[in-house]
Structure formats: C-alpha cells, structure tokens
Design a protein around this ligand. Sequence first.
Ligand SMILES: [Fe+2]
Ligand SMILES: [Fe+2]
Length: 198
Amino acid sequence: MENETGYAATTEESILPLTDGTPAAVEEVKVPKLTSSEFGEYNRLAEYMDSFHNHFRVRWNELYATASGKGSKDSNPAKLSPSRFLKAASQFLDTLTMHHNIEETYVFPHLSTRMPAFQKNLVLINQHKQIHAGMEKLGLYLAECREGVRDLRMEEVQELMDSWKDVLWSHLDREVEELGAEKMRQYWSIEEMKSFRF
Ligand SMILES: [Fe+2]
Ligand SMILES: [Fe+2]
C-alpha cells in the first residue's frame, strides 16, 4: 500500500508472548509514515552507497563480458583488449578494496553501535571477507600475468571471477537495503542522520 508521498506504508510486527506457552501471537504495529523530505533524509546513505555500487556493477559487467567472451558492441559491454583488461581488472580490485576499507574504518563502526547488520562477524563484514578471498586469488593471477609468469587466459579469469560473483552481487544489494530509509529510521533520528559525516 502506498501513502500520499508515494512510498509504501510501513508496519512492524511485534511478537507477543502468550501466558499458556503456546506459539506467540503476532500483532501488526503501525509506525508513522515518513514525509517525502524525511524519506529523502533517511534514504540518503542508501542512495549514496548505491551510486558507488552502480560503478562496481558496471565495471564488473565490463570485465565479466570480456572474461566470458560475451562482450559485444550490441547488448553487452565491448570486449577489452588483454592489456586494457589487466589494467581495468587491477583498478577494479584496488577501488573495491578501498571502498571496503573506508566502510570498515569509518562507516560500519559508527552504524554498528545500534545496527546489528554492521557488526563484526555478521552478514556484511562476512561478505566482505568472502569477497576478499576471491579478490586475492584474482589479484595474484593478474600480477603473474603482468609479470609474464603466466599467460592471460580468459577462461581461467572467468573461473576466478565466478568464485565470488554471487557474494559480490548479493552484497552490493544487501548493503544498500540495510541503509534504506525504513531500516535507518528504526535506529536514528533525523537530526542524527543529518549529523553523519559520511
Ligand atoms: Fe558499499
Ligand atoms: Fe560493503
């Protein structure tokens, strides 16, 4: 259902324990609708994060199209030359590493004081670890290609990318979801949202 601002009306479910020990009852508790400007403020970080993630999605698709041999000038990104691929793939790994370092140094520690999803050993940081395990293997492979230790073989690169493809794409969506207005409003006031330095 949509409210007058065009955004979905929000409800939360609360579990009510029963005295006789039978399964808990569920009661729907209405939370106030956000105005358009409140939604904008609460959703600011999600939108900001998504803009970075869109960059990663585009770059990944470009690399993957080349690695899988599916690049074309039509519906898929154009294939990159081997030297351009090596450079673009290395830049992708460096930029993603920097992005995760910034998140884990400046953003997650603050959010995790109230939001479990951003705590250590939970979903988002665990996804970072899985992503980095895959990135490390790809990074070593690319370095050996650059140094002439091995030849660049796209089928091998595709295999190396496939090993962390699902977790990367799932992470790019999940993180934005966790920063969305309906999640943020549960933990922060509008004033606190405005005071965030990221
Ligand atoms: Fe991110
Ligand atoms: Fe992340």
